[in-house]
Design a protein around this ligand. Structure first.
Ligand SMILES: Nc1ncnc2c1ncn2[C@@H]1O[C@H](COP(=O)(O)OP(=O)(O)OP(=O)(O)O)[C@@H](O)[C@H]1O
Ligand SMILES: [Mg+2]
Length: 337
């Protein structure tokens, strides 16, 4: 069922069980009923050591809130989040249970009064001076910066260099898991590719796992081992990234994937565009049934009545839909099956 998203993974670094985060909506009048934004609803997922989980979905569907719940910046209202689940058993060289995050805006994330060296060293509060200096130098080298950058202030660096400092600060404490929430979105295409290569290299060398949130579907499926698709606070599909071309099963995932433009050099067919009617419904006290039903081209009456479970349709591939695959294009025709 919902818990086994990485069947082949040797050990888990993250286990999320039925996590929920609602935000109260401000009431216009005191006697109005209390309503809530269902930002994250019953999310269950697993991430293997050294693996990357991508999270995609429309703006406001709850990606960042889920990320913040995962790294402990938000407390879930219900459910549990465990980091470092199996690391002790696997004899991990990484700091058990330590998580870090890199967000979209590096300038905002760095203290303008601190040098690069100070910003990175701040992530090692317990290390003695010699260890701290050595680890900071190593982290700078790992992200492709030199000692020459270490005495600069953030305003003396380019945006790409600032983001590298944020990454160095995230990796210096050897975390098990790093949340990357739109971490490369503000960088230009070539710099994005460089930073993603850098992050992949770090993962190979250190075994760190990533939760990678991005609007860029192409970047997500290239960079991730598995991809979770969110819709109005819920996971509707968790699939191996390899299934992203023609193997997605949930109608919403297929529609989302069909918005990705095909570029020269892409393999696979041109996927037919699935245009969705209407705006996403509000995440405030959503009605029962499948949350996508109102916009789903293949929805039936039962879809509006009962919320489907997230079930393992194929090994390692979970979907929350009673008609999985109804909009999935046939592998070589580019047409809906
Ligand atoms: N602190 C908060 N208080 C109230 N509502 C919030 C809060 N944080 C997020 N929300 C609401 O929760 C929902 C999910 O927000 P979230 O930021 O997680 O979306 P997202 O998928 O990351 O969107 P985007 O792609 O635009 O970054 C939205 O409806 C948002 O307005
Ligand atoms: Mg967000």
């Amino acid at each position: 069922m919902t818990s086994n998203t990485t069947a082949e993974a040797p050990s888990r670094v993250l286990q999320v069980d039925s996590a929920r985060k609602y935000f109260p909506v401000r009431r216009a009048r005191l006697r109005d009923p209390r309503r809530h934004v269902h930002a994250v609803d019953s999310v269950t997922l697993t991430l293997g050591t050294g693996q990357t989980l991508g999270i995609v979905g429309e703006s406001g569907c709850g990606k960042s809130t889920l990320g913040r719940v995962i790294i402990g910046l938000e407390r879930p209202d219900a459910g549990t989040v465990r980091v470092g689940v199996d690391a002790a058993a696997a004899g991990s060289p990484r700091a058990l249970g330590v998580v870090q995050a890199v967000f979209q805006d590096p300038a905002g994330a760095l203290d303008p009064r601190m040098t690069v060296r100070q910003s990175i060293a701040e992530a090692l509060p317990d290390a003695d001076r010699a260890t701290r200096d050595r680890r900071v130098a190593e982290a700078l080298e790992e992200v492709g910066l030199t000692q020459e950058h270490s005495d600069r202030y953030p305003h003396e660096l380019s945006g790409g260099q600032q983001q590298r400092v944020c990454i160095a600060r995230a990796v210096v404490g050897r975390p098990e898991l790093i949340l990357l929430d739109e971490a490369v979105t503000s960088l230009d295409a070539s710099l994005q590719a460089q930073v993603l290569d850098l992050l992949s290299g770090l993962q190979e060398r250190t075994g760190v796992a990533y939760v990678f949130i991005s609007h860029d579907l192409r970047a997500v499926r290239r960079f991730s081992d598995q991809v979770a698709v969110m819709y109005l606070g819920q996971l509707v599909e968790v699939a191996p990234a390899a299934d992203f071309d023609t193997g997605l099963l949930h109608p919403y995932s297929v529609a989302l994937r069909s918005t990705e433009p095909r570029l020269p050099g892409d393999s696979g067919p041109q996927l037919p565009r699935v245009v969705l009617d209407g705006e996403p419904p509000s995440a405030i006290d959503p009605p029962p049934g499948c949350r996508f039903a109102a916009r789903c081209p293949v929805a039936e009456a039962r879809c509006r009545e009962t919320l489907p479970e997230l079930v393992e349709e194929r090994p390692g591939h979970l979907v929350r839909c009673v008609k999985p695959g109804a909009l999935t294009p046939a592998p070589d025709s580019g047409e809906a099956a």
